[in-house]
Design a binder for this molecule. Sequence first.
Ligand code: NAI
Ligand code: MG
Length: 366
Amino acid sequence: MANPSILILAGDGIGPEVMSEVKKIISWFGDNRGLHFDLSEDLVGGCAYDAHGTPLHDDTMAKAQEVDAVLLGAVGGPKYDALDFSLKPERGLLRLRKEMDLFSNLRPAQCFDALADFSSLKKDIVAGLDIMIVRELTSGVYFGEPRGIHTEGNERVGINTQRYTESEIARVARSAFELARKRGNKVCSMEKANVMESGILWRDVVTEIHAKEYPDVELSHMYADNGAMQLVRNPKQFDVIVTDNLFGDLLSDAAAMLTGSLGMLPSASLGAPMANGRPKALYEPVHGSAPDIAGQGKANPIACILSFAMALRYSFDLGTEADQLEAAVEKVLADGLRTGDLMGPDGGTPVSTSEMGDAIIAALAA
Ligand code: NAI
Ligand code: MG
């Protein structure tokens, strides 16, 4: 069988810096574990604009549709702020998400014990936390019609519509159940079926898909407002949470902050299964191109490295290797290694991007 294929789009600012640590890790897996990937690299964002006058060339888009996974760094920077909206670096990323039809957005909230002090919650509530929020990304109130602002009598009225079809709910539910099988085998679905018809349909469809296709996974339902409370009160009760676009936007941001720095947060966006059974997939850190520290070797590569760990687990069925990579990250943090963004008030000496990457590889090898 052919090696699995990965397209690397490092992008702008710190994107190439953090991605070069991932490339070292990919080489390490090849040299030491016989895990070989067919790698290709291309441009996205401002660097693509500089080269081609567009933030995503059609050829790059076509490649992204063919590979097993896309790994993206970050896009954007002050140099491109004055560009026309359609040429902005972010448009390259949006085009990838839209044309690959990535409807399932995965945002983990994972707390490494060594960083539990960074959380706004008490250490014992977050230490060891490992949950996954699956947010529906391509439908719901951000897209529903009718929408707009109009005048009625002598005042303005703003309208947005929450709209979900059965198939839109079913596909994101399947995505959540599939993930749960690779994790703690539990899904909690969140909506507001008490006050919204779209929520009633959401609950019905999730229940049906579960009964027919995933009876082995433990399913519960929760109203999303209670879910927000439970996330803060006792987040460790959850494994996978699946919810709509709007609730997922709020709940995933709140959950992410249970665990501290932006430089630590990975994400994935998945689409429909391809002919080989793997989902279309884009993996990227949550952070942006960090122009304030770009080019200085100060960026924390962990968010990008954990995004690659997600690729191992969710695109390549390499859960053991993903666990090992996450354990290596845990080990270097426990040893006290910190990039600048992870320094506490008492200071210390931060390590560079590449020192952090090298230490993670050394921990993998140990
Ligand atoms: P940002 O995430 O780039 O930076 C926010 C702050 O966090 C900065 O102080 C930065 O130095 C720090 N930071 C971010 N990632 C870090 C890392 N890995 N290690 C250490 N420190 C890190 O967000 P900002 O400043 O709002 O946006 C900067 C540029 O990035 C803009 O052009 C924006 O449009 C773009 N952007 C791109 C995203 C993407 O590619 N997905 C997401 C968010 C912003
Ligand atoms: Mg948000």
